[in-house]
Design a protein. Structure first.
Length: 405
């Protein structure tokens, strides 16, 4: 068995020719190769789970760099890994991602896994070995990243309690409002639904900042979340995410090679960024589909330039609108009592709000600098279509931000 493992690892490292190594494994009896190959695969995944990778993130990067079938193998690896830990030792966010992927053990055991995989996918022996070996090559290239969610077997985050727990029912209401905004074909309805959603988010965020200080809650600390940025046009989509993050007092570092951006901030603010960015992407794509010129072979280059320029303009204009909306919300929140501010808006403690927000921003920056001590400012996206730029800005002006104005 040791000889088989050495042969597999030599193929992955490239110390032997790939074709020769694949041929050697193909002629070796499956009963000798398969259990070892599955063990090597699971060891590679375990290294990445312990190294900070989360199920959805690894599924995304394998789908980008490999094939859909190899991404399915990631889902199976999640199920196999979870089988080795008591449920109470697994963080709720890990479990949630596993559920999102639909991870479950459908095969009998490790020794039979590759054979059952071949049968279910209608693949021959060579194709299955090639699938796993190339996947091992992809995994070997991935480095450890920051541990944002404790991997299974380490300290799991307890169930949400206190101020953070009170956000869950609110987020359910926000999701329902945004779903209505995205599904309606009437701009006025979308505006009303998203306006209410953003109003709920903004008020909760400011109230949470003040309540944490009043209660002396030192456990409320900045956090980070990795949000997927999928191709095509990932650079332009990352620009939109950055605009939303800045307006919600968050900071962002984009990792294009992995297909995600890391958003730093407090939980309530990151929730707002995630929800609003997703909704705005839906609105942007819907508006772009309505405005774009005809495609076809002759117009393919024009269509690509239009879409890139549209998304750049949409992100720039949304950033301007969000910045203005955030400023207006803050000005209302810090109004002295008796100046017309709405009851419960936080205005009673308005004088406390500015220093609190400044201190929280400094905490977020320090957290980001600790995780990413060296970053490079990204270059702006090129705009090659005036038609796309103007259409994108117009769509951004129509998009619902949920500011109520």
């Amino acid at each position: 068995m040791t000889g088989v493992r050495d042969r597999i690892e030599a193929v992955v490292r490239g110390t032997v020719g790939y074709e020769a190594g694949l041929d050697a494994l193909t002629v070796t009896p499956a009963a000798e190769v398969d259990p070892v190959l599955v063990d090597v695969l699971h060891d590679a995944f375990a290294r990445l789970w312990r190294g900070g990778w989360q199920p959805v993130e690894l599924h995304r990067v394998v789908a980008r760099n490999g094939t859909v079938t190899q991404a399915h193998l990631v889902t199976d690896a999640v199920a196999a890994y979870l089988r080795g830990f008591p449920r109470k030792s697994v963080d709720e966010r890990w479990l949630s991602q596993a559920a999102t992927l639909g991870a479950h053990v459908w095969w009998r055991d490790s020794a039979s896994y590759l054979g059952e995989l071949a049968a279910s996918r209608k693949l021959d022996r060579v194709a299955v070995l090639d699938l796993v070996l190339t996947l091992l090559g992809i995994l070997a290239e991935l480095p450890p990243i920051e541990v944002l969610v404790p991997p299974p077997g380490t300290a799991a985050r307890p169930a949400k309690t206190g101020p953070r727990g009170r956000l869950d029912p609110l987020l359910d209401r926000v999701r329902a409002l945004l779903a209505k905004a995205e599904s309606t074909t009437y701009p006025a309805e979308a505006e009303a639904y998203t306006a209410k959603a953003q109003e709920l988010i903004a008020r909760h965020s400011l109230d949470e900042a003040l309540s944490a200080v009043r209660d002396g809650d030192a456990t409320v600390v900045p956090f980070a979340r990795r949000i997927g940025v999928d191709h095509p046009y990932e650079s332009e989509k990352a620009s939109l995410l950055d605009a939303v993050a800045r307006a919600n007092r968050c900071h962002l570092v984009w990792s294009p090679e992995f297909g995600f951006a890391t958003v730093f901030g407090f939980d309530a603010d990151i929730d707002a960024v995630d929800l609003l960015h997703t909704s705005l992407l839906v609105q942007a794509h819907r508006a772009m589909a309505q405005a774009e010129p005809p495609g076809g072979k002759a117009g393919r280059a024009r269509l690509k330039a239009f879409r890139q320029s549209f998304l750049v303009a949409f992100a720039v204009r949304i950033g301007e609108r969000l910045a203005g909306a955030a400023k207006a919300a803050l000005e209302q929140a810090v109004q002295p009592a008796g100046t017309g501010a709405e009851p419960g808006s936080g205005s009673v403690a308005g004088s406390d709000l500015l220093p609190v927000l400044a201190a929280r921003d400094e905490q977020v920056r320090e957290t980001m600098d600790r995780v990413f001590p060296r970053t490079v400012r990204g270059r702006g996206s090129r705009v090659d279509s005036r038609e796309g730029w103007e259409s994108g800005r117009a769509a951004a002006d129509r998009a619902s931000l949920g500011t109520g104005g």
